[in-house]
Design a protein around this ligand. Structure first.
Ligand code: DAK
Length: 261
């Protein structure tokens, strides 16, 4: 695929790396970039061999510094709605990918950039990572799901503080409040992301996909219904060849050879 604003690579079998690639604008998300991210997500979603998607930003300064302020400055109300819906669809599609998605946050993750990171399943942060929802400085609330995903990640009180004051949160604090899972030196961030991706790729692929489904869908249900959902997914896995292979390999004291079947 011919992308102008992103890179989509496959550094290893089953592992995709999406890089937002507009470093001169600190990787700000304009409409064209959102379209390309949507196309990349579709490609990963349709690849049966996909195991993990890593998402990062080009350059050393920013993951994504937000929605493109220059592009949206003169938008009409109709265009604003269109843009917000487009961004919303991209974040949903990312979140709904059947495989885990890990954000590698290597600098500013502000506004739409923070929302992009939040649509990923978890975040690894470099020490220079800065998270924030500065939209109130521009006279708008977040438009790509920040008011919904941030409180679900860090709790309503911490989210409301960030959303209403525009206070920026650095990497160490992000880890402390559960916004990011781990902090790694900038020079090691990509390698650590690949390590995590490799580990996931070595596990039972059907099981990994079902785990993601259980956590995401179950989070919107009461505990009883969520545990019933877990049982359904467990039973679904039990009929697979991979389940038989996993248990046989354990008994034979060898590594399992999973086939995503
Ligand atoms: N959009 C466009 N360009 C950006 C940008 C952005 N969000 N952020 C940075 N840039 C550009 C700068 O304009 C500059 O371009 P040139 O002047 O060189 O042409 C270049 O990137 C380098 O930035 P700086 O010179 O400012 O670099 P500094 O190191 O001095 O500062 C900074 C870095 C990240 C602190 C600063 O650039 C900054 O404050 N950036 C804006 C951060 C921000 O407010 N981001 C949130 C945007 S609001 C909506 C739907 C969704 C949203 C909004 C509306 N609709 C429904 C319409 C979402 C909103 C947001 O994301």
């Amino acid at each position: 695929m011919d992308f102008k604003n992103i890179l989509l690579e496959q550094p290893e079998a089953g592992i995709y790396l999406l890089t937002v690639n507009r470093p001169k604008a600190l990787n700000a998300l304009n409409a064209a970039t959102l379209d390309e991210i949507a196309a990349a997500i579709k490609k990963v979603a349709m690849d049966d061999g996909a195991r993990v998607l890593l998402v990062t930003g080009a350059g050393e300064k920013a993951f994504v510094a937000g929605a493109d302020i220059a592009e949206m400055q003169n938008a009409t109300i109709e265009q604003a709605r269109e843009f917000s819906e487009k961004g919303g669809r991209v974040m949903h599609a990312l979140e709904a990918l059947p495989v885990p998605v890990i954000a590698l946050v290597n600098g500013f993750a502000l506004g739409g950039g923070c929302e992009l990171a939040l649509a990923c399943d978890w975040i690894l942060a470099a020490p220079n990572a800065v998270f924030g929802q500065p939209e109130v400085n521009l006279g708008i609330p977040p438009g790509f799901g920040g008011t919904q995903r941030l409180p679900r990640r860090v709790g309503p009180a911490r989210a409301l503080e960030m959303l209403t004051t525009a206070r920026q949160v650095k990497a160490e604090e992000a880890v402390a409040i559960g916004l990011a899972n781990h902090m790694h030196p900038a020079s090691e961030l990509r390698a650590k992301g690949l390590d995590a991706a490799r580990t996931i790729a070595s596990r039972g692929p059907v099981a990994v996909r079902l785990v993601k489904q259980a956590v995401q869908r179950g989070g919107n249900l009461d505990l009883f219904a969520a545990c019933a959902l877990e049982t359904d997914l467990f039973v679904q896995a039990f009929g697979t060849q991979d389940r038989k292979e996993g248990m046989t390999a354990f008994r034979e004291k060898r590594a399992a050879k999973f086939r995503n079947r």
